[in-house]
Design a protein around this ligand. Structure first.
Ligand code: HAM
Length: 432
């Protein structure tokens, strides 16, 4: 390594971090289109954008997501800052959003539920494979402050619509639904489940370790044989209160009335501890093991776990942007990327670069995406760049045009060429 001032010059380009993908054009356009479709669906539902820090005090996730979950035990990026505080990069957004609402005293505000939407990166130290990364992006909605089952139905429906708006065909999507009841339902069920697990010989170590504190996590275990073992396990849905059952029946009724194809999955517990009542997951065909493109549920006890003195219910989902792009790529339903620019200005003589820059600035000011040739390239080479940029029209700026106060405009699809007055440029070149 050769020092350059205080910066060390590396002998070669560092590798990207494992599991942390880059999104460059044209793939980044697909990413933006999916994220945009999710956010637009949230906006249409009256969900407003929020931004919370990419890191929180570690205890926010440890308490909210749960000490005995894989996320907290194995997957968090935790570090001490220079002040010695333990901080963690968010493995998911819900805990931070609820923490932010509580910090701002939102439960005391007059108009509940509040509806929040978020888009951003999350970080989990998982074993990278197709569809599973260490740095990935979610769009998330959270509705806070209501128990109404109509809100559950709205949230589930919006997730479905968001995935459809992003381009996933309904036939490629499965919606799994379950109820996890209320926190008060758990102790009795834990006893029943533990009694069943006690009858199983050689439980895998990860299940044994959590059996007494959180036996529900046995449903998440990926250990061989466990899916067989859990197929016969007693189900939480059979041990929830009458009120939770009625809530679930209403959600199902509303979703069925909307024509949503539901797959009832009584073993769907999801990997985060905060869930209560309605829980759901959207799966896309063709993604193999990592087929969940989104999921969510109610978390009526989360605010209290985060120290709020009263009950403050909530429900939401997160959709995975990266995984949805993968699903769209796999099913060949990725929308074609938008052209980079509409107009390309070919600079026919290097001394006209300043004139060209004024022209592109004027066109951009009028809302026309415009680029120009650089590096004194030949007219032919600039036409190639224009073509690759997807420009519909090329404006040729040469000494003759400048002398006469005109511009030559070529339509790249038809090859048709015409002259316009320089003073008419913005008017003539706005629009298709
Ligand atoms: P989650 O199921 O852990 O839920 O994540 C939601 C989605 O994020 C997954 O369905 C998947 O598409 C994507 N995702 C998760 N981990 C990865 C990964 N390692 N690589 C790529 N994509 C991934 C939550 O995060 C909850 N906070 C959802 C929620 C919101 N529940 C209530 N409100």
């Amino acid at each position: 390594m050769r020092p350059l001032g205080s910066i060390a010059v590396m002998p070669s380009t560092p590798d990207p971090v494992k599991g942390a993908p880059d999104w460059l054009p044209p793939d980044s356009a697909a990413f933006d289109a999916v994220e945009g479709a999710f956010l637009e669906t949230a906006r249409l539902g009256g969900y407003e954008r929020v931004r919370t820090p990419v890191f929180e005090h570690t205890e926010v996730f440890a308490r909210a997501v749960g000490e005995s979950t894989d996320v907290v035990q194995k997957e968090m990026y935790t570090f001490a800052d220079k002040g010695g505080r333990s901080l963690t990069l968010r493995p998911e957004a819900t805990a931070g959003i609820v923490r932010a609402a509580l910090s701002a005293g939102v439960p005391r505000s007059g108009s509940l539920p509040v509806k929040y939407a978020y888009a951003g990166d999350c970080f989990r130290y998982e074993r990278p494979q197709a569809g599973r990364q260490r740095s990935f992006s979610q769009v998330d909605i959270e509705a806070l402050g209501s128990d109404d089952p109509v809100l559950d139905a709205e949230v589930v429906l919006l997730g479905w619509e968001a995935l459809r708006r992003a381009g996933l065909p309904a036939q490629a999507l499965t919606l799994r639904l379950n109820t996890l009841g209320d926190p008060e339902d758990r102790p009795a069920y834990h006893q029943v489940l533990n009694a069943y697990l006690d009858t199983v010989d050689d439980l895998p170590p990860d299940v044994q370790a959590r059996q007494r504190t959180n036996p529900l996590r046995a449903f998440d275990s990926k250990a061989p044989r466990m899916s067989e073992v859990m197929a016969d396990a007693p189900l939480l849905a059979d041990h929830v209160s009458e009120s939770a059952k009625a809530h679930h029946a209403r959600v199902v009724e509303l979703l069925e009335a909307e024509g949503l194809p539901l797959t009832h999955d009584p073993r769907l517990v999801r990997g985060l501890d905060y869930y209560t009542r309605t829980t759901f997951e959207y799966q896309a065909a063709g993604l193999g093991a990592q087929n969940a493109v989104g999921g969510g549920g109610r978390y009526d006890g989360l605010a209290q776990v985060l120290g709020w003195g009263e009950r403050f219910p909530g429900i939401g989902w997160a959709l995975g942007v990266d995984r949805t792009v993968l699903a769209l790529t796999g099913s060949g339903t990725l929308p074609p990327p938008r052209p980079r620019v509409a107009v390309f200005v070919v600079v026919a003589a290097p001394e006209l670069a300043g004139e060209a820059l004024s022209l592109v600035s004027a066109l951009r000011g009028a809302g026309v995406a415009t680029d120009l040739g650089f590096d004194g390239r030949s007219v032919k080479a600039q036409f190639k760049v224009a073509d690759r940029a997807g420009a519909a029209r090329v404006v040729i700026l040469g000494p003759d045009e400048v002398a006469r106060g005109v511009l030559t405009v070529k339509d790249l699809a038809t090859g048709e060429q015409r002259e316009i007055a320089r003073t008419d440029a913005t008017r003539e070149l706005v629009g298709p």
